[in-house]
Design a protein. Structure first.
Length: 136
């Protein structure tokens, strides 16, 4: 029985690793956008601007996508939200678009997040650093 224990352990680890990989792939396939780059601009007194680029990684055309900038306090309470349209209003598969959204700076804000949604407000899942961005 001792000879089989290492073999079974290796098989169990391999099986669990494969299942985890499948789960991550399934979750990642839900994302329709990938955040390619983003930066924060604080050069204008009293405001914060987030700029970046996203890529449509789905097989669908995405129309009227907006970027949302949300600010939170240290208790994770939403303080403010601003939205702006992405540059390309009809984003075809594999197409890249720039975005920029600005909000009034709030001294109580300790965290700023971006999300993407359709014009009707339906959130669009996106990948950031290879993982689905789940927000705060």
């Amino acid at each position: 029985m001792k000879k089989w224990f290492p073999v079974l352990l290796v098989f169990a680890v391999m099986f669990v690793g494969c299942q985890q990989s499948k789960t991550n792939s399934a979750n990642n396939s839900e994302a329709k956008l990938t955040l390619l780059a983003s930066s924060t601009d604080l050069s204008q007194p009293g405001s914060i601007t987030i700029k970046g680029q996203i890529k449509n990684t789905s097989t669908d055309r995405l129309d009227n996508v907006d970027v949302y900038l949300k600010s939170y306090d240290d208790n994770r309470q939403l303080l403010a939200t601003e939205k702006a349209p992405i540059e390309i209003r009809s984003l075809t598969p594999d197409q890249i678009s720039s975005f920029q959204v600005t909000m009034k700076d709030n001294r109580a804000a300790v965290r700023h997040l971006i999300t993407f949604a359709t014009e009707s407000g339906k959130e669009i899942k996106f990948l950031q650093d290879g993982k689905i961005n789940k927000g705060y």
